[in-house]
Design a protein around this ligand. Structure first.
Ligand code: OSB
Ligand code: MG
Length: 370
C-alpha cells in the first residue's frame, strides 16, 4: 500500500483505580496512538505501549514521538509502497525502539487488513474463538485492600490472578491470596525486576504456593541469573522485560533462563515478531502467554487475536476494558464472560474506534506527511 500521512495522537485516560508495581504507581495512562492513512483513504491505527516514564523499559511516550517523527517516518517515506510484513525490515537499521516500531507496524497491519476486509484473528490463524482472561493485580498499601480487590476479580469471573510483588510484599500476600482463592485457581506473581541473585533462598519459599510462574524476578539483562534461579526453585521462571526479540527468546530458551515466556507485541517490535516467538516456543515446548500494558480496546483486540494461537497455553493479562478504564476508546469494550474474552472478528485489528471520545481526551496531535 502507499501511505500518505501519519498521525501521532496523545490521549489521556484516568485509571479506575491506582495501579502500583515494583517500579511505580500509575493513576492515569498517557497513550500515543498512531494513525496511518493510505492513498485510497483507508485508515489504520496502532497503539504504542510505551509508558510516560522509562521505568518498565527504556522507551517513553515523548521519546517515541521524537523517534517516529525524526527517524521512523522518513524510512517509510523513502520506501514508497509498504506492506506490514516489510515494516520490521524497513525500520531495522534504526537500533532498538521496539515499542515505536511495533506501533507503526500495527497501524500498517490494521490498514492492510481493513482494505482487504480481513480480520487479524483470521490472518494469524488462531483456532480458538474465546480466550481465558487473567487479571494483573497491583501492590496495595494493606493486605485487606489486596484481598478485597482479589475477591472482586474472582467475582468478576477471571480465570487466573497475577500478583505484583516486590521485597516486603511477597510471601504474605501470596499466602493469603492462595488461601482466599483456593488451591485450584491459577495464581502467578510478577516482580518487574525487583529481586537480585542474592534472593534465591527467599524466592524458593514461594514454591509452597503452587504458582503457575514467577515473572521477571531479576534484572532485564540478567539472563544467567534467571537460568540459575530456574535451576534453584521449583516455581517456573517466566521472562517479560528480558525478551525484546526472537533472537533473545532463542538464547534465553537455549540456556534454560526462560521456562515460560510472556509475549508482549510492543516489547518485541510488533505482532509479527510476537508470532515468530510463539512459533519458536512451540517447537521447544515452552509455554507462552500474552502480556498486557494497560492497552485500550485497540491493543486489547489485537492481543486477543494473538492469544488465540495454539501455543498460548496460559491465560494472558487480557482483562476487561473496565478493569482499567471507566470508558474505553472503542465502541465495543472488551468484556469478560465466564472467565473468557471473545476474540473480535471485525476487519482489521477488530475494534471500532469511538472517534468523538478519542477527540475529547486528546492532549496533543501531530501530522507527518509520508
Ligand atoms: O510487567 O506485565 C507487566 C503493566 C504495565 C507494565 C508492565 C506490566 C504490566 C502489567 C499489567 O502487569 C498488564 C495488563 O493487565 O495490562
Ligand atoms: Mg511483567
Amino acid at each position: 500500500m502507499k501511505f500518505t500521512q501519519l498521525e501521532l495522537r496523545r490521549i489521556h485516560l484516568e485509571l479506575v483505580t491506582p495501579f502500583r508495581t515494583s517500579f511505580g504507581e500509575q493513576t492515569a495512562r498517557e497513550i500515543l496512538l498512531i494513525g496511518i492513512t493510505s492513498d485510497d483513504g483507508t485508515v489504520g491505527w496502532g497503539e504504542c505501549v510505551a509508558m510516560s516514564e522509562p521505568l518498565y523499559s527504556p522507551e517513553y511516550v515523548s521519546g517515541v514521538e521524537t523517534m517516529i517523527t525524526e527517524f521512523l517516518a522518513p524510512r517509510l517515506t523513502q520506501r514508497g509502497d509498504v506492506i506490514a510484513g516489510d515494516v520490521a525490515d524497513i525500520l531495522r537499521p534504526i537500533k532498538g525502539h521496539q515499542m515505536a516500531k511495533a506501533a507503526i507496524e500495527m497501524a500498517v497491519l490494521d490498514a492492510e487488513l481493513r482494505s482487504g476486509g480481513i480480520n487479524l484473528h483470521t490472518r494469524f490463524g488462531g483456532t480458538r474463538d474465546t480466550i481465558p482472561s487473567g487479571v494483573s493485580v497491583g501492590i496495595f498499601s494493606s493486605i485487606d485492600a489486596l484481598l478485597s480487590a482479589v475477591q472482586g476479580y474472582v467475582d468478576d469471573g477471571y480465570a487466573r490472578i497475577k500478583l505484583k510483588i516486590e521485597p516486603g510484599w511477597d510471601l504474605e500476600p501470596v499466602r493469603l491470596v492462595r488461601e482466599l482463592i483456593g488451591p485450584e485457581m491459577g495464581l502467578q506473581v510478577d516482580a518487574n525486576t525487583a529481586y537480585t541473585r542474592q534472593d534465591f533462598d527467599h524466592l524458593r519459599q514461594l514454591d509452597m504456593y503452587d504458582l503457575l510462574l514467577i515473572e521477571q524476578p531479576l534484572d532485564t539483562d540478567d539472563l544467567l541469573g534467571h537460568r540459575d534461579l530456574a535451576a534453584a526453585i521449583e516455581t517456573p521462571v517466566c521472562l517479560d522485560e528480558s525478551i525484546e526479540s526472537l533472537t533473545q527468546a532463542e538464547d534465553a530458551v537455549a540456556i534454560g533462563a526462560a521456562e515460560i515466556i510472556n509475549i508482549k507485541p510492543g516489547r518485541v517490535g510488533g505482532y509479527l515478531e510476537a508470532v515468530r516467538i510463539h512459533d519458536l516456543c512451540r517447537t521447544h515446548d515452552i509455554p507462552v502467554w500474552c502480556g498486557g500494558m494497560l492497552e485500550t480496546g485497540i491493543g486489547r483486540a489485537a492481543n486477543c487475536a494473538l492469544a488465540a494461537l495454539d501455543g498460548f497455553v496460559l491465560p494472558g493479562d487480557i482483562s476487561a476494558s473496565r478493569r482499567f478504564y471507566a470508558r474505553d476508546i472503542v465502541r465495543e469494550p472488551i468484556e469478560v464472560v465466564a472467565g473468557e474474552v471473545a476474540v473480535p472478528t471485525a476487519p482489521g485489528l477488530g475494534y471500532d474506534l469511538d472517534a468523538e471520545f478519542v477527540e475529547s481526551i486528546t492532549t496533543s496531535l501531530q501530522h507527518v506527511s509520508l
